[in-house]
Design a protein around this ligand. Structure first.
Ligand code: SF4
Length: 348
């Protein structure tokens, strides 16, 4: 038999601060209760209403009947030789998502979170793409990846760059960002969070209108012919439209758009590509992340040799384009972007 109030319960982690305020005012509670509850859930990591000791017992009991607070416990945790940690979380419907903690300088970390189970975008270099889209993650499932990892490790920056295309789950992603930014909660600055997209142009523009977040664009090619093959999304939104959307994306004075460029031997790593890339980026405040392809058993693509990687980077640097070579952290646990799902899952 189901619980008497089951049909009425709401997971508070699915509510952004505004929804939470509405929910609380719907049960006759004052505005300041929103701050109080955000603080309990996110700053103090409390998952049981009974522990919210500054709320009256009757209020706690009411919350108990109307709401829940979901949480994640990692089902597996794997550490790479370079300190990158990968977590597998089991969802209530049996699906799973992976989250990766990447160490930076000192004891600072960046957390790479997933936004969907699988992905519909079918990028040919990506392991996740081969699974297809299973479903969107709920807001709570996005936020819970952060909550769970923060219980054990500091999380200084967050990138929405794990499994899934975040802009394909726009509503839940925006709510999750609002929760991450909430003053009384985690209070991440908007500059600490980066969203990576394969290039869903209308959603990019909508994102820019609705919320502040650093934008990373997974570019990976300099001609439509090659990008069509690597990233089928390009057939809907070709490079001209994508770059125009980048030009229109609202940026703060010192902010740049990051362009992710996975270098694949013989596909997109020539000097001609570097030349075209410089042209494409003209007029955009850009930074380029060069990521040598992480070879895996599901793909025939190869990592370019050192010389061509270096030549590509130097060509960009010589033309005053910030081009950073990404170290490809966590390669031994397949933790590069888009290659998250599968390995841990297969082990269990
Ligand atoms: S690279 Fe990103 S957008 Fe493309 S299939 Fe993989 S997860 Fe989806």
């Amino acid at each position: 038999m189901s619980e008497p109030f089951e049909h009425k319960t709401v997971d508070l982690k699915n509510l952004n601060p505004q929804d939470l305020r509405q929910f609380l005012s719907g049960i006759g509670k004052e505005k300041f209760r929103t701050t109080q509850i955000l603080r309990w859930i996110y700053t103090r990591g409390v998952e049981d209403f009974n522990e919210m000791t500054d709320l009256a017992k009757s209020f706690r009991e009411e919350l108990f009947t109307r709401a829940t607070i979901s949480s994640f416990v990692p089902e597996a945790e794997e550490v790479s030789t370079d300190g990158t940690r990968k977590f597998l979380f089991r969802l209530s419907d049996g699906n799973s998502v992976e989250t990766v903690l990447i160490p930076m300088d000192g004891d600072r970390n960046t957390l790479c979170i997933s936004t969907q189970v699988g992905c519909a975008m079918q990028c040919s270099f990506c392991f996740t793409g081969t699974f297809g889209l299973q479903r969107n993650l709920e807001t709570a499932e996005i936020v819970n990846q952060v909550c769970a990892v923060r219980k054990k490790y500091p999380v200084n920056n967050i990138v929405l760059m794990g499994m899934g295309e975040p802009l394909h789950n726009l509503e839940n992603v925006i709510k999750a960002l609002e929760i991450l930014y909430a003053e009384a909660g985690f209070a991440y600055g908007t500059r600490k969070v980066t969203l990576s997209t394969s290039g869903l142009v209308p959603e990019m523009l909508e994102l820019g209108r609705r919320i502040k977040v650093n934008l990373a664009v997974s570019l990976n090619a300099t001609t439509d012919a090659v990008r069509d093959e690597l990233m089928p999304v390009n057939r809907r939104y070709p490079l001209s439209q994508l770059m125009e959307a980048c030009r229109r994306y609202p940026l703060a004075p010192h902010q740049r758009i990051t362009f992710e460029y996975i270098l694949i031997q013989g596909v997109n790593d020539s000097l001609e590509d570097a030349k075209r890339l410089v042209k494409l980026l003209h007029g955009i405040k850009a930074k380029v992340n060069l990521i040598p392809f992480n070879e895996h058993s599901g793909s025939d693509f190869k990592t370019p040799n050192e010389e061509s990687i270096r030549a590509f980077q130097v060509y960009l640097l010589d033309r005053q384009i910030v081009a950073v070579r990404r170290a490809g952290k966590g390669q031994d646990i397949s933790a590069a972007c888009g290659q998250l799902k599968g390995k841990l899952e297969n082990k269990l």
